[in-house]
Design a protein around this ligand. Sequence first.
Ligand code: GDP
Ligand code: MG
Length: 597
Amino acid sequence: TPLSLIRNFSIIAHIDHGKSTLADRLIQACGALTQREMTNQVLDNMDLERERGITIKAQTVRLSYPAQDGKTYVLNLMDTPGHVDFAYEVSRSLAACEGSLLVVDASQGVEAQTLANVYQAIDANHEIVPVLNKVDLPAADCDRVKEQIEEVIGIPADDAVEVSAKTGLNIEAVLEALVKRLPPPKGDASAPLQALLVDSWYDPYLGVITLVRVKEGRLKRGMRIRMMSTGVVHLVDQVGVFAPRMTNVDELGPGEIGYINAAIKTVADTNVGDTLTDDRRPASEPLAGFKPSIPVVWCGLYPVVADDFEKLRDSLAKLRLNDASFHYEAETSAALGFGFRCGFLGLLHLEIIQERLSREFDLDLIATAPSVVYRMLLTNGTTEELHNPADMPDQSLIEKIEEPWIRATIMVPDEYLGAVLTLCSERRGMQEDLTYVGNRAMAVYRLPLNEVVFDFYDRLKSVTRGYASFDYQMDGYEESDLVRISILVNQEPVDALSFIAHRSAAETRGRSICAKLKELIPRQLFKIAVQAAIGSRIIARETIGAMSKDVTAKCYGGDISRKRKLLEKQKEGKKRMRQFGKVEIPQSAFLAALKMD
Ligand code: GDP
Ligand code: MG
């Protein structure tokens, strides 16, 4: 395809503003799928995405559009996730495109992730076409939202396209705007190959599939390609495009987006952001990749059944291939045995990975308390990073300890502002700015990340009835008065439950965790003490009373089948428990205990 007939674009938006629905309509309008093949949200093909109604992985589709100027264009569409934890997926899609459709819900207006995403697109030098969606809703107010886009984002919105992705209104106008307003890609087909490795994932039938954007030269079947960062060479078995089903082609030229399948076996061989080149005629320089992602939250993942360790290792390797922002390394815990310390971009990311491990790989796991990365200056003069609260040395060996801070932007309707300000100050937040956009307040706060990872997002949602939106960036490290709180169950420390907190919050939090564990740990045949301690000093204590001897005795009459059911239920529950000394702690206790209220 000649470059002048190609348009590559991402769809960016705040969560729920209609990206995936708009993508469906564009695919349909270009006739890429028949009515029968068309399921809702074609691109959200993970079960988890459909259930939660959110997009986790960025997806790609190639469309063919006969435009009003009589020419047929190739449109490469990339749907992207909107949630703050998946910003990394967004940055990768943007690097593969020249323009963005900025979707804004006309009944809601600009939200925190609208801003975060559009700034990323501006950074990537994108041409931006604003699209006002959901104009079918009575609450839609296009004039106000256009004003907002100009005022808050600072881009012209006069010729924003007004659509309803739900009813299909004005979809043609979006396609025309793409063709007319976005620049075609640039590149030289006769130059040595340079292709950006945008994404890779594991397909059970085909092995490793790699998504690429060709910038210069041609990528052909049968070619020997070299990964420029590692020098590893592979033979290309297949080249293809997503139309949206995988369809083989002979070659991809400059400006094109597609996949290759090159019998790549190991994770280490596909570094997202790497440049592929022709082994026989290599390019002199790699493309500018994108920033590597840095995990901000770590937790331990351990198999409930120790025999599952190898299976867990295998599954993590496959997930990592599918998600370059996810990191892991082997670790051992006194209480939990062999497992992995895993790094995530945020708490939702953590939850999603955990859920994918249990669903796609059928693994029962225990997750330990999530922790941010602390920096310690030790009395012996060395600096160390602390990823795991259990590794924190004795206070006497620590000169000082620093914690990461974030800069958060929160947008919220006026009437909930008070609740948001209270929440932020409870979490040691410092207000930097407070402005108004119409009747919505935009508060900018600096907050310690430690106060945000556990449940800030949940709390924010609940105190604003879901009306607040939230986005953040990392904003440096600062010294802080932090202590490690250990949790003892039946006098035994459970390293997986220890956590780090600001000294001022230690007692309250210790008490609330003990109280929660009292509810979460089932009664056993003996009394159990649950304690929180800083060093050897006990700061909180609860007691779980002993259980009456025979649970089944509670079943009156001699209903055998009922008794059996109850026993089976207990057995089922046991599978999800871990033994700590004499005490069994259910898997669910680990994360739940740490949510604060
Ligand atoms: P995404 O998170 O940006 O991908 O948003 P989705 O495409 O998943 O849409 C979020 C919700 O808004 C879904 O319930 C859609 O059915 C709904 N929605 C999307 N577009 C429209 C529209 O034009 N009008 C109305 N009324 N609802 C829409
Ligand atoms: Mg979506």
